[in-house]
Ligand binder design. Structure first.
Ligand SMILES: [Mg+2]
Length: 103
């Protein structure tokens, strides 16, 4: 399942077969598992990185299905807005840090 076309077909089939409500619940579950894996990784648990990788993949697969449902263009547009904001905040923070360091 490496190409984008096959993945999009899979997302649509999952939504059609299991329905939105079940896929929303699975998205919540997978995001919860990712949160827990990140907490364990921060605490330096053994094998935590492998678990983070697995849960990132699980969560991303579910998020991609919900993104497909609500409309990929809408999510991409919002990501543009949010990433521009993050970029602006990063530049502001760097400016503040540069002033504090006397650069
Ligand atoms: Mg999982």
């Amino acid at each position: 399942m490496k190409n984008e076309k096959d993945l999009l077909k899979l997302y649509d089939e999952c939504l059609d077969f299991w329905g939105l409500n079940r896929q929303l619940r699975m998205t919540i579950e997978e995001c919860s598992e990712l949160i827990l894996a990140l907490c364990h990784f921060r605490r330096g648990r053994k094998a935590a990185l492998d678990n983070v990788i697995e849960e990132l993949a699980d969560a991303q697969l579910m998020i991609s299905q919900i993104t497909r449902y609500v409309g990929e263009d809408k999510v991409k547009n919002m990501m543009d807005i949010k990433s521009n904001y993050i970029n602006s905040e990063l530049n502001k923070a760097k400016g503040i840090k540069e002033k504090a360091d006397g650069v």
